[in-house]
Design a protein. Structure first.
Length: 213
């Protein structure tokens, strides 16, 4: 079984409850990692505290856990509302599972099950080079996945590219020493391509952004 990656804006002192709840919805042989992180500029309601999950589970198991833990118990938002970011989200596409597991353990504040210590140590070791572009992009995409970019009344564009660019820039200011226009544009292009369905309208707007910006 492959890993499912997701996050929840939950305070770190809830880890035992979260862990025990998770184990009710996955197989006894399933592996998981739960990483506790603190973000300086997001998740204001938990003072930046949140959890990243890498769990061997299928979609049905995730939905059951999400409904019980995130929705019913912690009352987390699955969508952004009134200027507040969403509080939980599932990563839709993960091309390199090992790389994402390394990203999950990068802060070393983790609990895990059914994974040997050597494997965990290897993941941590691989997480160190943070200057590599794909690693930076992966982290930025995960941040953007917690947000919702709603259409602005009166504008003709369906995809609010300026909102996305501004959020990319805010994230880069907090997470990268070298910020360039080309990096912001590149991050935004990648997000557009991965996030939006290729309907005719979406495709035309993405085409215009890539070709004329």
């Amino acid at each position: 079984m492959t890993y499912t990656f997701f996050m929840g804006a939950i305070r770190h002192n809830e880890i035992e409850n979260v862990k025990n709840t998770l184990e009710k919805y996955i197989d006894a042989s399933a592996s998981y990692i739960i990483a506790m992180e603190t973000a300086p500029t997001t998740h204001e309601e938990t003072k930046g505290e949140h959890m990243h999950f890498a769990v061997e589970m299928d979609d049905k198991q995730y939905d059951a856990f999400r409904h019980t833990c995130f929705n019913n118990h912690y009352k987390l938002r699955g969508k952004a509302v009134a200027g507040k970011a969403r509080q939980y989200g599932k990563i839709k596409q993960v091309k390199d599972e090992t790389r994402f597991l390394s990203y999950t353990v990068k802060d070393k504040n983790i609990v895990y099950r059914n994974i040997d210590l050597k494997t965990i140590s290897d993941y941590i070791e691989k997480s160190h080079p943070k200057v590599e572009f794909r690693s930076l992009r992966t982290r930025c995409m995960e941040h953007l996945a917690t947000l919702s970019f709603e259409p602005i009344a009166g504008l003709t564009e369906h995809i609010q590219t300026q909102q996305i660019e501004k959020e990319v820039l805010r994230w880069l200011i907090d997470n990268d020493d070298s910020i360039t226009k080309s990096t912001v544009k590149s991050m935004t292009r990648y997000y557009l391509i991965k996030q939006y369905p290729h309907t005719k309208r979406d495709f035309n707007e993405i085409y215009a952004y890539i070709m004329y910006n």
